[in-house]
Ligand binder design. Structure first.
Ligand code: GAR
Length: 194
């Protein structure tokens, strides 16, 4: 086995390209890394799943459209998570709110990374909203997930300067460069303590 069994099991939820997932997987290669990624779940055929598949890490897609309604999807997501049995759940670009079943099972052990300095610009368009508002500094927040939209306790933040020439894409790219090490730091800290 590649990882010692004493490493804390972490599950990652994604919807997109998975650059944050890739950073978590890279860090997990370190000898002294306190966590191991035991599985990745997506709500769609996210290209980021390839990062996990390339390492032989189990992946699962739980699509909202494959379920009769939102509560049924919430239950399916919680069941998929239970199969992985993680100590910590990391939302790394997961573009859906997690429902009561997951919150009840993993309350206080779910974290999310968000591309803005919360409590400013919560929701699905943190980068676009900050740019539209004209802020000169934005950034990234890693938070605990609660029942609200990006309202949980803030665990870590890093600032990113907004340039006059920025587009949503260029700004998001710079935010991701700050986001990846910040998220890895928080996950390392939380799993070392667990
Ligand atoms: C990340 O920047 C993350 O903060 C953001 O999606 C991006 C995913 O990138 N999440 C949200 O906007 C959640 N509201 P990635 O797929 O390359 O990791």
């Amino acid at each position: 086995m590649r990882h010692p069994v004493t490493r804390t099991p972490v599950a990652v939820l994604i919807s997109g390209t998975g650059s944050n997932l890739a950073a978590l997987l890279r860090a997990a290669q370190d000898q002294d890394c306190p966590y191991t990624v035991v599985g990745v779940i997506a709500d769609r055929d996210a290209s980021g799943l390839e990062h996990a598949r390339a390492e032989g890490i189990p992946t699962e897609v739980v699509r909202l459209g494959d379920h009769p309604d939102r509560p049924a999807w919430d239950q399916a997501l919680a069941r998929a998570m239970a199969r992985l049995d993680p100590q910590l759940v990391v939302l790394a670009g997961f573009m859906k709110l997690v429902g009561p079943p997951l919150l009840e099972a993993y309350g206080g052990r779910i974290i999310n990374t968000h591309p803005a300095l919360l409590p400013s610009f919560p929701g699905a368009h943190g980068v676009r909203d900050a740019l539209a508002h004209g802020v000169k500094v934005t950034g990234v927040s890693v938070i605990e997930v609660d029942a609200g939209v990006d309202t949980g306790r803030i665990l870590a933040q890093a600032p990113v300067e907004v340039l006059d020439t920025d587009t949503e894409e260029s700004l998001h790219e710079r935010i991701k460069r700050a986001e990846q090490p910040l998220l890895v730091d928080v996950v390392r800290r939380l799993t070392a303590a667990s």
